[in-house]
Design a protein. Structure first.
Lengths: 467, 279
């Protein structure tokens, strides 16, 4: 009880400090203005939560995944235990925010000891999930391998100077992604804290995964920069790459009359011409850039007119869309990049360097039993070479997409392959595909669309099933 | 800026020396060797502060060019040149830079400079303040070779490695002595690990204090190894003049080849090299 009281009084104090700071920000800061300071408490979980922590399981996750363990510990009397459910049941995922902001700017890493009941990769683990700031400084380490022995793990902070009032202490998401992925096991984390290791160096930040991209685009389009990463060399000599939120970067446009970029990495094309977007993280120039070649205004696709009752929409501003897992499956061998574009308030997907790419919607699948057609609008400036193929896949009742090595359906799956041999340049083409052939009688578990070949660069809008 | 550095290093040196005395006292207390003596190497006999931009001072330094025999005996991958792309003095530092480029049949270039025939000395305090490069395959070193290697074939002529480092292990350096019966993989060697730092993000002083019958190895103000004739399984070959070598090797038997993550160019920065004699 006593601890609780202390925590609350601290919170009130912090709120007061935030208020004072906010007032100060109304005016220009005077030279001797001092920012509020927050506790530098490094510990998160040692033998219990330290310094006031909350536990928020993610929506849809297995709520009992986390518990405090007293049998299996690395050091001391308790550790954090995570029970990851079997495939198909749910997943484990939660954030552990501090009840009040902490000043982490003096540290360079989140560290912990961990082991698992079997060899396992934690899908995502990191810090910086903070509802107050919309996860402004989120850091994600993907596929962290754990062994069955206790070992120490390090997640390097991309730029600690940004974290002078951070609540997002720790978060994770781990589940069986398919029937072959590990599930039904336990992992433990102990001695979870921020540290100043001093052994982390050689930052190599990147935008667009370090690639220098050129995009032909149009006035009024918004492009969200993706592939934002920080790579640092750990004391072990190994490079570690984490996905980082855009607010760690400073973005610059070479010509603000053509394109501007905000602190969230959203590029807005405002004029005709060429501009290059570059970035720095902690004063280190990031690899990768985006060169915008703006040729004027993009025509909009025809606005759908069907009543919503006749439509199951995958991607359209005219309807409420079903949940989509991904617009780019990222399959091995795929060269395709996907960019979100907002042109005059209308969302469009822009696919570049496409050879093959998948759009997935398995949570849940689409029951199109009552639908007769699929609609899609496509715009390209490329000359079509061969056929542009659209595949519509039904995954059947077994809950899994089954394909052979060439991508053809196996087991209880069925698909429809529809070839487009003409896509006029510089205009929107509306395509309506009858749900016939192999999926005429099996379209109650539609799960995947695939675009193959034909044109490398194209815009897509208004994907929906209808009758 | 240079003045500041000098003042700082002067201070460090003061601390360094007094610590050495303390360390020595500690050592003698637990040492079986009563005859060990401490020397005050305070007379500066050679230094290069690298304050003149351009090529290294040719009154002190020679270049070694090419690939030696079998990549300098280690299957090293670099071609050493005297070009400014690989070696120059700039802004108060000597820069030895390893580049990835096709050059005379090699895939990498770098540089190796020595004081052979220009400065050779037996005994003394040899030290350099260095910031190291990083990445798999990088193998920089600050070391000494006996000046008689042309007649007394290595390892009979002796080798003292004041600092060796592998770029994929950025917190660790090695100090070694090579002689007959204890060379290459069998050398007398010890590593020194930075617990809260790394050698490629800041400067560190690497040094030895070398006298008759002992070589003491230091990083900054820490003594981490003493080698005496009792420690060498073969003949003690460290009583004649040696010369200094600074180089950045790429690849070879010891470090292995660079990999996809190795970033080029990589530069070793040397703030100074100083040699002191006993008073």
């Amino acid at each position: 009880m006593k601890t609780r009281k202390n925590t609350y009084s601290k919170i009130i104090l912090y709120v007061g400090l935030i208020f004072i700071t906010a007032i100060s920000c109304e005016r220009d800061l005077s030279d001797d203005a001092e920012f509020a300071t927050y506790p530098t408490t490094p510990d998160i979980f040692i033998d219990g939560f330290v310094g006031g922590l909350d536990y928020f399981p993610f929506g849809g996750s297995f709520a009992e995944a986390f518990s405090v363990e007293t049998e299996e510990t690395y050091l001391g009397s308790a550790s954090m235990r995570f029970d990851i459910p079997q495939f198909g049941v749910s997943y484990g995922g939660a954030t552990f925010p501090s009840t009040g902001p902490r000043d982490l700017s003096g540290y360079d890493a989140l560290t912990f000891w961990a082991k698992a009941s079997q060899g396992a990769d934690i899908n995502e683990i990191g810090f910086g999930i903070n509802g107050d700031t919309n996860n402004k400084f989120q850091v994600t380490l993907q596929n962290l391998p754990l062994t069955t022995n206790w070992a120490k793990y390090v997640i390097a902070i991309p730029d600690a100077s940004k974290l002078n009032q951070e609540k997002g202490m720790f978060w994770y998401a781990e589940g069986a992604e398919n029937q072959f992925d590990e599930g039904g096991y336990t992992f433990w984390i102990d001695e979870l804290r921020f540290e100043k290791l001093g052994t982390i160096g050689q930052p190599q930040p990147a935008i667009l995964n370090g690639v220098d991209e050129v995009q032909q685009t149009f006035v009024d389009t918004n492009i969200t920069l993706s592939g934002l990463t920080q790579t640092q060399n750990l004391g072990s000599g190994q490079n570690q790459t984490v996905s980082v939120a855009p607010s760690y970067f400073e973005f610059t446009s070479s010509d603000v009359d053509v394109a501007i970029v905000n602190e969230l990495g959203v590029v807005s094309v405002v004029g005709t011409g060429t501009a290059t977007i570059t970035a720095t993280l902690g004063n280190v120039a990031a690899n990768g850039s985006l060169t915008i070649e703006s040729t004027g205004a993009l025509a909009t696709a025809p606005t759908p007119t069907l009543p919503a009752a006749n439509v199951i929409s995958i991607f359209s501003n005219a309807y409420n869309d079903v949940p989509v897992d991904f617009f780019n499956a990222g399959w091995t061998g795929s060269t395709t990049e996907t960019t979100d574009i907002n042109s005059g308030g209308n969302d469009i997907k822009y696919y570049t360097q496409n050879n093959f790419v998948g759009i997935g919607f398995e949570n849940p699948t689409v029951d199109a039993s009552a639908m007769t057609h699929m609609h899609i609008d496509i715009y390209t400036d490329d000359v079509i070479n061969g056929n542009f193929e659209i595949q519509i896949r039904d995954r059947g009742a077994n809950g899994v997409i089954n394909s052979d090595n060439n991508g053809f359906p196996t087991e209880d799956d069925a698909d429809l392959r529809y070839s487009v041999n003409s896509l006029p340049q510089g205009q929107w083409t509306s395509i309506d595909i009858p749900l016939s052939g192999n999926i005429a009688s099996q379209k109650n578990n539609l799960a995947l669309l695939v675009f193959v070949g034909g044109v490398p660069n194209f815009y897509v809008d208004n994907i929906y099933f209808y009758n | 800026m240079n003045n500041k550095n000098k003042n700082k290093s002067g201070l460090v040196k003061g601390v360094f020396l007094s610590l050495m005395v303390v360390l020595f006292l500690t050592t003698t207390n637990c040492s079986t060797d009563e005859s060990q003596t401490v020397a005050n190497f305070t007379t500066l006999v050679m230094s290069d502060e690298f304050n003149t931009d351009g090529a290294p001072d040719n009154s002190k330094w020679n270049y070694e060019i090419g690939t030696g025999n079998n990549g300098w005996g280690n299957n090293e991958l670099q071609y050493y040149t005297d070009r400014t792309e690989n070696v120059k003095v700039e802004n108060g530092y000597l820069l030895i830079t390893a580049n990835q480029e096709d050059f005379n049949g090699s895939s990498y270039t770098s540089a190796r400079i020595t004081t052979q025939g220009k400065f050779e000395q037996a005994y003394g305090r040899f030290e350099a303040r260095i910031r190291l490069p990083y990445g798999k395959g990088l193998w920089p070193a600050f070391w000494l070779l006996g000046n008689d290697c042309e007649t007394n074939i290595w390892p009979q002529c002796g080798e003292i490695d004041i600092m060796e480092y592998l770029g994929d292990n950025p917190t660790t350096i090695f100090g070694s002595a090579h002689g007959p019966g204890y060379s290459a993989g069998e050398a007398v060697t010890k590593d020194y690990v930075l617990e809260n730092g790394r050698y490629d993000t800041g400067f560190h002083v690497f040094g030895i204090e070398w006298g008759p019958g002992y070589i003491n190895y230091y990083v900054d103000d820490a003594l981490y190894q003493t080698i005496t004739p009792e420690d060498t399984p073969g003949e003690w070959v460290f009583d004649h003049p040696f010369y200094i070598i600074l180089n950045v090797a790429v690849g070879g038997n010891f470090p292995g080849s660079p990999n996809d993550e190795t970033v080029f160019p990589q530069t070793m920065l040397v703030d100074y090299v100083r040699v002191y004699q006993q008073q």
